[in-house]
Ligand binder design. Structure first.
Ligand code: BGC
Length: 751
């Protein structure tokens, strides 16, 4: 097994799953790994191309609509299809489902960023052709998706016909009965214009409600002895290339597909045409080289090397590659729960970004992390508006799920009620500052978000009469099997973090950027007394703890509930959410995912290690890990409490969750949070890294079957290389200033 690649040798098996796994994306554009020529009708397929942040919005139809329920949905759209290429040899149409397949192999290479499909096919008339398709979504030219196809006539000569299609007749999938899949309107895009310009054809389509337009354009490089004609049908253009081939010879085609949408390209058609004109001047190999260079730079900092465990190594690289493929690189986009690989969760951005994915980028390629925060800043006005709709006269409430900024979650108990998204965002802003020292960002954007979030959290809480403790009622924590509770430990502890940290950040901004600060304060009409309130609430924050049992209840009422009857729950009833009414779940002690344990991981200093251990042992027994956001946290915390075998087992379920389709739904898209979680399990788990009092502190422990583990960390612009073997942990400075770190709490200077 080559641990930089994913290899497929069976085209008939799990086609839809592989459409996800072999998807090609660059953060702007994502193309599912469908076969250019299509598949036979009995094979389930979701052929899709998505643009990050490009969506349709529909009215949400409720049986009973109460005040403050979101009005409209937002769903990522399947845009104009440019994947289709039909090849005919002497009139016979190539298909893997006719004739005889002599050889088939598809490889996704995480180092080059290219998916290659090699086929040797014997036609029904016994003519053998070798085909190699290569595809890439360019990291350098985000609008560009390329398919290169070489055709070799192994044992025949004659006519080759290539039909390359651009098709505006596209639709989204309509939901099955799985709430995690989209509920989009099947056909949301309508074609408004079709033009041909210098052998390039363009289709422009628009959405009905979100007022967005998209243009897809295609143009080709092809052998000079071939002719090209363009045929127009309803909603589609077919470029037909015809020519002759000699036996043993091969020919080469490249399809250049360019996408422009009105978010980023106000003159969508003109800009598309101009990009096509410029990219068509370059060869396919030119983009291959650029792709490799971009990824070399990415891997230089991002790679994690595991010696002695090929399977985990492969899983991890696959995950990190999909993260860089999925992460939004402009102000319109973030990283969705499924990346750009499928329609699951309608392309929404969740807290997954901040708590599970952000750390990987922050410590390896901080520019991506910053862009994720910029996105949150850009939707701050939506969060303010949402706060007002929810009855809060001050502050901002970030949407539980969204694309463009509006709350889109119709099911509020496990949606809007998850106010923790606010403090998750605050947590990552604070982490960003601690890791990068980027005070400019804090002055211009970070502090404003922190203030608005803190105001909202202060507004929803109250000092309880009995003991003056600050309490937060009626929220839902991360665990979606326990909803609308008072004093969720996780929400409270992260709110405490914000209330505690905000004054120092405020003072730092004040000392270097007083003018900017003043204008932010004026804009927000911020009173100094608010800072005092935050700090008072932080100190008085109620963190539920059961002294007798030496355990943290997940919330005030958690321990009053009956424990779920795990023994009598058949295996096929998992995930429970597909088999039980939510209320049945809410009435029991049963957790979908890490909640209190996640709170401990993020805010470790708030509890003794002993209490953390007790909590771990308690919650482990009642957690189903029905969410893919769970096992990574249990792996990290198992390491923390010295349960090393458990740490490894949970890591196995994290690192290969998509490759091995462990949740049986990767066909709907990858699980980006879990992918980020696999990196966290390495760095925060096996290497035990935390940021404590402005320094990195490591508690390393190598799994027993590994020979070594190494990775790099960018901390305050110093790049550190960390190597862990069975009996040694070594940290060296690659660039930047010397820094002091701690290893098992002992200081160590890295020069
Ligand atoms: C989890 C949420 C998560 C969402 C999107 C749900 O199953 O419970 O925590 O944000 O998936 O990944």
């Amino acid at each position: 097994m080559n641990n930089w690649s994913l290899i497929d040798t069976n085209f008939e098996e799990s086609y839809q799953l592989k459409e996800t796994l072999y998807s090609t994306a660059n953060g702007y554009l994502g193309v599912r790994g469908s076969f250019e020529e299509g598949v036979s009708n009995n094979i389930p397929s979701v052929r899709g191309i998505y643009i990050n942040g490009f969506y349709e919005s529909e009215e949400i139809v409720y049986g009973e609509k109460l005040h403050g329920f979101p009005d409209r949905s937002q769903s990522i759209l399947n845009v104009i299809d440019t994947q289709e290429i039909i090849i005919k040899i002497n009139g016979e149409k190539f298909s893997l489902f006719s004739g005889k397949v002599l050889f088939y192999k598809r490889i996704l290479n995480a180092k080059t960023g290219i998916v290659t499909r090699t086929i040797e096919w014997e036609s029904p008339k016994k003519e053998i052709v070798k085909l190699v398709f290569k595809r890439l979504a360019s990291f350098e030219q985000l609008e560009l998706f390329l398919i290169n196809c070489s055709i070799e006539a192994v044992n025949f000569e004659g006519e080759i016909e290539v039909l390359s299609i651009i098709n505006g007749d596209v639709s989204n999938i309509v939901s099955s009965d799985d709430p995690r899949v989209g509920t989009a309107n099947a056909k949301a895009l309508s074609v408004i214009e079709m033009t041909v310009d210098n052998n390039a054809s363009f289709i422009e389509a628009k959405t009905k409600h979100s007022n967005l337009k998209v243009v897809g354009g295609i143009s080709h490089q092809f052998p000079s002895n071939f002719t090209e004609t363009i045929q127009k049908d309803k909603d589609k253009f077919t470029h037909i290339f015809k020519g002759n081939i000699k036996q043993g010879a091969s020919i080469n085609f490249t399809k250049f597909a360019v996408y422009t949408d009105t978010n980023r390209h106000p003159n969508e058609l003109k800009e598309n045409q101009s990009i096509i004109r410029s990219v068509i001047k370059n060869s396919f190999n030119y983009y291959v080289d650029l792709q490799k260079k971009y990824l070399d730079d990415f891997w230089e900092f991002a790679d994690v090397k595991i010696e002695g465990d090929n399977e985990m190594q492969q899983g991890l690289r696959f995950n990190l590659f999909h993260l860089v493929q999925s992460v939004g690189k402009d102000r319109w986009s973030n990283i969705s729960a499924k990346g750009l690989s499928g329609e699951g969760y309608e392309g929404h951005y969740f807290w997954d970004t901040e708590i599970y994915i952000f750390p990987f980028f922050l410590f390896t390629n901080p520019k991506f992390a910053k862009n994720l925060l910029n996105y949150r800043f850009n939707i701050l006005d939506f969060a303010r508006k949402r706060a007002r709709q929810m009855g809060h006269n001050i502050g901002a409430l970030y949407p539980w799920r969204t694309i463009a900024g509006d709350e889109c979650s119709p099911f509020f108990p496990a949606g809007t009620a998850q106010y923790h998204i606010n403090v998750d965002i605050a947590y990552s802003i604070i982490q960003y500052y601690k890791v990068t020292d980027d005070l400019d960002f804090m002055a211009n954007k970070g502090l404003e978000m922190l203030i608005e979030i803190a105001r909202l959290m202060f507004h929803i809480g109250h000092f309880r009469d009995s003991d003056n403790k600050f309490c937060i009622d009626d929220v839902t924590g991360p665990d979606e099997y326990t909803c609308i509770v008072n004093n969720n430990y996780y929400t409270n502890v992260l709110t405490k973090n914000l209330f505690t940290e905000i004054s120092e950040i405020y003072n730092n901004v004040k000392s270097k950027h007083e003018n900017i600060l003043n204008s932010v304060l004026e804009k927000l009409q911020f009173q100094n007394s608010e800072l005092t309130n935050f700090s008072k609430a932080g100190k008085a924050m109620f963190l539920p703890f059961d002294e007798k049992r030496n355990l943290h209840p997940q919330d005030d009422s958690f321990f009053n509930k009956k424990v779920w009857d795990f023994e009598n729950t058949p295996k096929e009833n998992y995930p429970l959410l597909l088999n039980y009414h939510p209320l049945t779940l809410y009435r029991h002690q049963v957790c979908k995912q890490a909640d209190t344990i996640l709170g401990h991981f993020l805010m470790e200093n708030e509890s003794s290690l002993e209490a953390i251990k007790n909590d771990y042992n308690y919650y482990e027994k009642i957690t189903t890990h029905d969410s893919s956001l769970s096992t990574c946290i249990f792996s990290i915390m198992a390491n923390r409490i010295g349960e090393y075998d458990k740490a490894y087992n949970y890591f196995m379920n994290t690192a290969r969750l998509d490759i091995d389709n462990l949740h049986h739904n990767t066909k709907d898209g990858i699980h980006t949070a879990c992918m980020g979680g696999s990196w966290m399990s390495i760095v925060f788990g096996f290497a035990g890294m935390r940021v404590v009092n402005g320094k990195l502190n490591f508690h390393p422990h190598l799994p027993k079957n590994w020979t070594s583990l190494s990775f790099k960390i960018n901390f305050k612009n110093s790049i550190l290389k960390c190597n862990l073997s069975a009996d040694n942990f070594e940290v060296s400075l690659l660039t930047g200033n010397s820094i002091e770190i701690l290893v098992d709490d002992n200081p160590m200077m890295i020069k």
